[in-house]
Design a protein around this ligand. Structure first.
Ligand code: ZN
Length: 178
């Protein structure tokens, strides 16, 4: 196990695994918020470094929120509010480590939204679906039909639910929770 020194510190951690079974091509995938690059054993030195760097950069582009700030989150929420939720905007929106049982939370009385840190590693369209859900709570606190109508304006709402179900199971497995 090693962490690539090739990427700047703002990038996700990269673990390189050497596989004797892999003959030709290298592969990369996410494990939580880490990128794992599997390289064939014959690939060494600079050639291997280049391959690891290239694959991990390509993969990192699909997870643009890994190191996004709260300000970036606010900008995103405002744009989503304008596009889907009648211009609803939070007074504040922050990444939260405390959010372990839920993906997000909203306090309609203060207009504050919290988004679970665990969503940093999901694709942008999944994070957006969660933000739209919380924005809709600024207008409708419960899960009434009026609320469902609002959140359904986000085109990939159902896809996002399916993704999050699988992601939740994956996180539990990774954490060793039966
Ligand atoms: Zn809700």
């Amino acid at each position: 196990m090693s962490t690539s020194p090739l990427l700047p510190s703002a990038a996700p951690a990269v673990e390189v695994r050497v596989s004797a079974r892999r003959k030709k091509t290298a592969g990369a995938h996410w494990e939580g918020d880490r990128i794992v690059v599997v390289v064939p054993a014959h690939l060494r030195g600079a050639e291997r470094d280049r391959m690891v760097d290239d694959l991990s950069r390509r993969l990192a582009r699909h997870r643009p929120h890994l190191h996004a700030s709260d300000d970036a989150l606010l900008e995103r929420a405002r744009a989503l509010g304008r596009a889907y939720v009648d211009g609803a905007a939070p007074t504040s929106i922050r990444w939260s480590r405390a959010q372990t049982a839920r993906w997000g939370s909203c306090t309609p009385s203060t207009g504050e939204i919290r988004i679970s840190e665990r969503l940093r590693a999901v694709p942008a369209w999944v994070l957006d679906a969660v933000i739209v859900h919380e924005l809709a709570h600024l207008l409708v606190p419960d899960h009434s039909p009026r609320f469902r109508e609002l959140e359904a304006r986000y085109p990939r709402r159902k896809d996002a639910d399916h993704f999050l179900e699988g992601y939740h199971l994956g996180l539990r497995t990774a954490a060793g929770t039966p």
